[in-house]
Design a protein around this ligand. Structure first.
Ligand code: GLC
Ligand code: CA
Length: 560
C-alpha cells in the first residue's frame, strides 16, 4: 500500500487534520461482505462510495486486529495482523490504497493500555514464575490478606467489579494481575522499556503500510502510580474522592513522555502521520496537556458530547474548548456520538436535564424518549458541530439519524459491561447495531443476498425507514442534510479552521460568526428566534419558519 499523495484535499497537506471530518467506522457493524453477519474489510471496500458521497475527509477504523472479541476487538492478540473474521492483510492494504485514491485518509485504532489475555506476551507471563521478566510486562502482584485471597488494591474495573483477577501458580492460587477493563484485557506495564519499544515498532509497522494516523485508546490510562496505591474508595458508594489531582491510574503526568516519543516516530515520516487521543480527563485544561506541540495532534473533546441541550452549557463547553486548544496552538475537535455512548438522537430526545448522561443507566428510561424531538435536535446539533472551528467526528449511522436500540434482548448482549455489572448496566451494544443500507427487512443490505447468518446484533424493524436507500433521494432526510452540510463546509472558506466570534443573541439562542460573511444560529429555546437582519439562509436543519425566524430546536447557516 503506497504512500501516494492523497487527491482532492481542500486543506494544506501539512495540516489536513486540523479541520478534517473523520468518519468513525465500527467495522463489525458497517457492512458484511461475506455473509457471516459480521462487518468486514470486503464490506468496507464495497461501500467506500458512501463515504466519498457523504463528503468526509478520513475514516477511523475501530480495531481490526486478531482478537477473541471479549471487548469488541479492544482485546488485541496480535498488533501486526488482521482478524481473519474481518479479512486479510492484503485486503487491508487494498482498502488503504482505494481509500487514498478517493481522497480519504485512513486512521487505525491502537490499544496500548492492555492486550488480550491471548496475546503471546500474556501467555508467556502465565507460563513464567512470579517475579520473572515475562510477568513484568504486565502488572502482577501477590494478593493481600490471609493466603493472598484479597486483590492487591481497591481499584475497580471500568466495566464493573474488581480490577484484579487471580492466576494459578504451580497448581495453586497464585498472583493477581491488573485489568482496568475486562479480565480478558490485562494492563501493560509501561515502565518496562520492552513495552515502549514494542509499541513504537507497531506504529512504524502500520505507518510503513501507508496508514495516516492512529486513534489512541485510553490514552489517559497507560501510566500507573508507583506501588499501585489504593484509591481510597468509599465503602458505601464504591466511589473514589470526586476531585483528585493525583489519581493513581488516570491522567498521570508520565503519559506525556510516552506521547512525546510517539510524536517523534510520526514526525520521522515525510507525509504527516497524526494522532487523536481518547483521553477522558477532568477538564479542558488537562486535555490541553496532551495537545502540546510535541505530543498528540488532536484529542476527542468529550465536554461537548457531555453538554446538555441548553444554550449556556453548550456555549460554555465551546468557549472552554476553544480557549484551551488555543493556549497550546492545537485544533479543536467535536464529536456527538461514538461506539461507547448512547446515540445522540436518543440522548437529545429526552428532557434536557438528562442530556449530560451518556450511558443508558444515566438516562431517563425509554418511555421518556421522543424520537422526533431527538431527530430534530440531532439535525440542529450537526449544523452546530460542522460550523465550529476545527475537526469533527461522525460516528457511522449519525448520518442516517440512527437512534440507540434500547430493547435488545438480554441474550444477544455482547458488551462485557452487561455481565461485569451483574446485569445492571446493559452496556454499549445499542449503538453498535449493524447499519441499514437498503430494503425493507433485516439485514437491510448489511449482508449480501443469500447470507448464511443473521447480523451479529438484531436490527429493529423500523430501521426500514432510515436505510441509505430510503434517504438518499429524500431532500428532507438526515443523509441529505449531512451531505449538504459537508459539501458546503468544503466549499466555504469561512468553515473548518479559522476565526470564531459569538454574535449577540436572545436567551436560549446560540449565534456566531465564522470570519466575514458566514454565521450560524442555533435555537435551543421554546419559541422562534430572529435571524440577523439581511441574512440569507444557506442551509437549515428544520422547516423554514418564514419571516426571518428559526423554529425551536433548529439551526441555520447564513450568508451575512
Ligand atoms: C475505549 C474504547 C472502548 C473500550 C475501552 C477498552 O474506551 O473506546 O470501546 O471498551 O477503551 O479498550
Ligand atoms: Ca463478514
Amino acid at each position: 500500500m503506497g504512500t501516494a499523495e492523497v487527491a482532492g484535499q481542500r486543506t494544506d497537506v501539512e495540516t489536513w487534520w486540523r479541520d478534517a471530518v473523520v468518519y468513525q467506522l465500527y467495522i463489525r457493524s458497517f457492512a458484511d461482505g461475506n455473509g457471516d453477519g459480521i462487518g468486514d474489510i470486503a464490506g468496507i471496500r464495497a461501500r467506500l462510495g458512501h463515504l466519498r458521497d457523504l463528503g468526509v475527509d478520513a475514516v477511523w477504523i475501530n480495531p481490526w486486529y486478531p482478537s477473541p472479541m471479549a471487548d469488541g476487538g479492544y482485546d488485541v492478540a496480535d498488533y501486526r495482523a488482521v482478524e481473519p473474521m474481518f479479512g486479510t492483510g492484503e485486503e487491508a492494504a487494498a482498502l488503504v490504497d482505494e481509500a487514498h485514491a478517493l481522497g480519504l485518509r485512513v486512521i487505525l485504532d491502537i490499544v496500548p493500555n492492555h492486550s488480550s489475555d491471548q496475546h503471546a506476551w500474556f501467555r508467556e507471563a502465565l507460563a513464567a514464575a512470579p517475579g520473572s521478566p515475562e510477568r513484568s510486562r504486565y502488572h502482577f502482584r501477590p494478593g493481600r490478606g490471609p493466603g493472598g485471597d484479597e486483590p492487591p488494591n481497591d481499584w475497580r474495573s471500568v466495566f464493573g467489579g474488581p480490577a484484579w483477577s487471580r492466576v494459578t501458580d504451580d497448581g495453586r492460587p497464585g498472583e493477581w494481575y491488573l485489568h482496568l477493563f475486562d479480565a480478558a484485557q490485562p494492563d501493560f506495564n509501561w515502565s518496562d522499556p520492552r513495552v515502549q519499544e514494542e509499541f513504537e515498532s507497531i506504529l512504524r509497522f502500520w505507518f510503513d503500510r501507508g496508514v495516516d494516523g492512529f486513534r489512541i485508546d485510553v490514552a489517559h490510562g497507560l501510566v500507573k502510580s508507583d506501588g499501585l496505591p489504593d484509591l481510597g474508595l468509599d465503602e458505601q458508594t464504591m466511589l473514589g474522592p470526586v476531585e483528585r489531582s493525583d489519581h493513581p491510574h488516570w491522567d498521570r503526568d508520565g503519559v506525556h513522555d510516552i506521547f512525546r516519543a510517539w510524536r517523534r516516530v510520526a514526525d520521522s515520516y515525510a507525509q504527516p502521520r497524526v494522532f487523536v487521543g481518547e483521553a477522558w480527563v477532568d477538564s479542558p485544561e488537562r486535555l490541553a496537556r496532551y495537545l502540546r506541540s510535541d505530543e498528540l495532534h488532536t484529542a476527542f473533546n468529550f465536554d461537548f458530547l457531555r453538554a446538555p441541550w441548553e444554550a449556556p452549557a453548550l456555549r460554555q463547553a465551546i468557549d472552554h474548548s476553544l480557549d484551551t486548544v488555543a493556549a497550546v496552538g492545537a485544533a479543536a475537535t467535536w464529536v456527538l456520538s461514538n461506539h461507547d455512548v448512547v446515540r445522540h438522537v436518543s440522548r437529545l430526545g429526552r428532557p434536557a436535564t438528562n442530556g449530560a448522561g451518556h450511558s443508558l443507566t444515566d438516562l431517563a428510561p425509554a418511555p421518556a424518549f421522543d424520537r422526533e424531538l431527538g431527530r430534530r435536535r440531532a439535525r440542529a446539533a450537526a449544523l452546530l458541530m460542522f460550523a465550529l472551528p476545527g475537526g469533527a467526528y461522525v460516528y457511522q449511522g449519525d448520518e442516517l439519524g440512527l437512534w440507540e436500540v434500547e430493547d435488545l434482548p438480554d441474550e444477544v448482549l455482547q458488551d462485557p459491561t452487561w455481565t461485569r455489572s451483574g446485569h445492571t448496566d446493559r452496556g454499549r451494544d445499542g449503538c453498535r447495531v449493524p447499519l441499514p443500507w437498503s430494503g425493507t427487512t433485516p439485514p437491510f443490505g448489511f449482508s449480501p443476498a443469500g447470507a448464511h447468518a443473521a447480523p451479529w446484533l438484531p436490527q429493529p424493524a423500523d430501521f426500514a425507514a432510515v436505510t441509505v436507500e430510503a434517504q438518499v433521494d429524500d431532500p428532507e432526510s438526515m443523509l441529505s442534510l449531512y451531505r449538504a452540510a459537508l459539501a458546503l463546509r468544503h466549499e466555504h472558506p469561512a468553515l473548518g479552521d479559522g476565526p470564531f466570534t459569538w454574535l449577540p443573541s436572545e436567551p436560549g439562542v446560540l449565534a456566531f460568526a465564522r470570519g466575514a460573511g458566514f454565521a450560524c444560529v442555533v435555537n435551543l429555546s421554546d419559541g422562534p428566534a430572529q435571524l440577523p437582519a439581511g441574512a440569507r439562509v444557506l442551509l437549515g436543519s428544520g422547516p423554514d419558519a418564514g419571516d426571518g425566524m428559526v423554529p425551536p430546536d433548529a439551526a441555520v447557516w447564513l450568508a451575512v
